[in-house]
Design a protein around this ligand. Structure first.
Ligand SMILES: C[S@@+](CC[C@H](N)C(=O)[O-])C[C@H]1O[C@@H](n2cnc3c(N)ncnc32)[C@H](O)[C@@H]1O
Length: 325
């Protein structure tokens, strides 16, 4: 029935908020060893039992949990919300500055002013630089991309790579996956100083072949790599800012070097890229782009896309090579 479908859309935000709050509370991890009653869970998580029971019932109706008599168990989908899976990303989606920015969507659409900027008066990465706890939560949310990071070395042939440079690579979760799969390669992790300072844990055991470089994508990026990566970076910026980043990449890349752009390309599956496009509008100056738009952006910097391949979670890897003149 179409009206029921509409009601599902109208209340979808509540279901998402309930799911993301469950991740913040650690419910999926508390159920990892088997089903538990609401009473037992409330005691373990130190929350209100009656409110928790109502939250658990919604999660069960949504397919995140299943009721087994008095007890609740994780479904296969719910298990993906554990801390070592997508839990930190779900938790991030319920953070106060994400929800406050989305609450400003109406103003954003009316005026064109970015939701986050409308509420906080500065760009999101500048805000995170002054909020260490929120930055740690953001970095953990990004590192939860491991679900697709670990497929990157299967999708691109790194066999001849000597130096892999991960630009705006966060705390190094993607670079760690690549370095583990390519034992002969060195890595360079590049990000803003506060993020580089928090980079240690993912790179444990790899630091002897990894350089940590703090810098600004818009000033210059490390040169001399054979493979450069930009994962979920270009979608944070408008076309002009992307052109500046890509010009710096092209300047740093030796002839024949590869640039791997990892993004959610707008096109085939419309809903996720469109949702993230709006999210980028609300949080940043960026946007999700179609393949022809990426081709044009990269082409402008002298980079030609050689192939595009799919990754989990609706992500794509675009491999580009620097044209020789
Ligand atoms: C959306 S996160 C993506 C992180 C990582 N590449 C990934 O896929 O998980 C964007 C990253 O860009 C970094 N960043 C933002 N502005 C930057 C700048 N001007 N120079 C270098 N890094 C920057 C942020 O600190 C953050 O780690």
């Amino acid at each position: 029935m179409i009206e029921n479908e509409l009601m599902r859309i109208l209340t979808g935000g509540w279901v998402a908020q309930a799911t993301n709050v469950a991740a913040r509370l650690g419910i999926p991890d508390a159920l990892a060893d088997g089903p538990r009653t609401a009473e037992d869970l409330a005691e373990a998580l130190k929350v209100n039992q009656s409110a928790l029971t109502r939250l658990l019932r919604l999660l069960a109706a949504a397919g995140i949990l299943e009721g087994r008599g008095e007890r609740f168990a994780l479904t296969e989908m719910g298990a993906l919300l554990r801390r070592d899976q997508l839990g930190p990303l779900a938790a991030l989606y319920a953070s106060d500055y994400f929800t406050a920015s989305w609450a400003a969507l109406e103003d954003n659409v009316a005026t064109g002013e970015q939701g986050f900027h409308h509420v906080y008066g500065l760009p999101v990465f500048d805000y995170l630089a002054g909020e260490p706890d929120k930055a740690a939560e953001f970095n953990a949310g990004m590192a939860a991309g491991t679900l697709y990071f670990r497929r990157v070395p299967e999708k691109h042939d790194f066999s001849g790579a000597r130096t892999v440079v991960d630009l705006a690579g966060g705390t190094g979760a993607l670079l760690a996956q690549v370095l583990r799969a390519v034992p002969g390669a060195r890595g360079v992790l590049f990000d803003v100083p506060e993020v580089i300072a928090a980079a240690g844990p993912h790179l444990e055991g790899l630091l002897d072949r990894c350089e940590l470089v703090a810098g600004d994508l818009f000033a210059a990026v490390p040169d001399g790599g054979d493979v450069y990566m930009l994962s979920r970076v270009l979608h944070d910026w408008d076309d002009e800012q992307c052109a500046a980043i890509l010009a710096n990449c092209a300047k740093a890349m030796p002839a024949g070097a590869r640039l791997l752009v990892i993004e959610r390309v707008a096109g085939a599956d419309a809903l996720l890229p469109a949702a993230f496009d709006l999210h980028m509008m609300v949080m940043t100056d960026g946007r999700e782009r179609t393949l022809p738009e990426y081709r044009a952006l990269l082409g402008h910097a002298g980079l030609t896309i050689e192939y595009v391949t799919e990754l989990p979670l609706g992500m794509s890897l675009l491999s580009a090579v620097l044209e020789t003149t």
